[in-house]
Unconditional design. Sequence first.
Length: 313
Amino acid sequence: MAAAPDHVTQEITAVRRADGESRSLAASLPRLVLEARRIAATVIHGLHGRRRAGHGESFWQYRRFVSGEPAQNVDWRRSARDDHLYVRELEWEAAHTIWLWPDRSLSMAFASNKARDSKLERALIVTFALAELLVSGGERVGVPGLMNPTASRSVVDKMAQAMLHDSTTRDSLPPSFVPSALSEVVVLGDFWSPMPEIRTMLAGLSSAGAHGALVQINDPAEETFPYSGRVEFVEPESGNVITAGRAQTWADDYVARVALHRDEIRNETAKLGWLFSTHTTDRSAAELLLFLHAGMAVNRAAGGSVVKVGRSA
């Protein structure tokens, strides 16, 4: 019997992988959505949205008429109710588009016994919670190659359903696209991709003037390399296996290479005025969400100037 062509084999492999991942994701999504909404509600409490008076179509509030204003600004129907003059203000409409990309590749499934969540779960929780937070503030949120920007209050459900029905290969970095200059991009992943691929991604995303943030989500074991003795390390996406006879002797070199990789990412993002931070899954998801939301606000207020940040938690 003739062997199946390579492209057929690849398609079968992709379908099986997508099927397995979607089943696992389907089982965990309800909990992740609930957790994301709980965290978003916690962060929203005490934070003010971006609503203010300005050009728009939606009514916002009435305010007292100020002497010197044009008389046509007065809302005479509202003013007739008491002894004061009132102006009808419309809500300022300046919704941005924020593109959120959670890395759902195979390497993100890793979780050591010190982690609260797997890297994938943490990326999804923070992505969902940030989407809820941004939409509550009047923004539009989309997922590159998966979901068009929306300001719907059911944004988390839309994102979850889009992921559940996504049959494409799970790539570590977002697909190639050029967001508009008024857009922002947030990429959450482990960023173990080769540096040339990360540079290419950043060049494409920022080519039209968009700004954003990269958040490297790592497991605590990926920070400290707590291994000793004979250990087999399996690369999740390629399946390559590396065997260490005395793993503890690799620790110093490993930590140094991780630090160098991060410095290279930090240098690239700094050139573009993007945020870069690291986060480990033994920390609180709420800490990362609050840090990221605040960092985006500062960077936006600065007009995309460089904001120096380190670890989120």
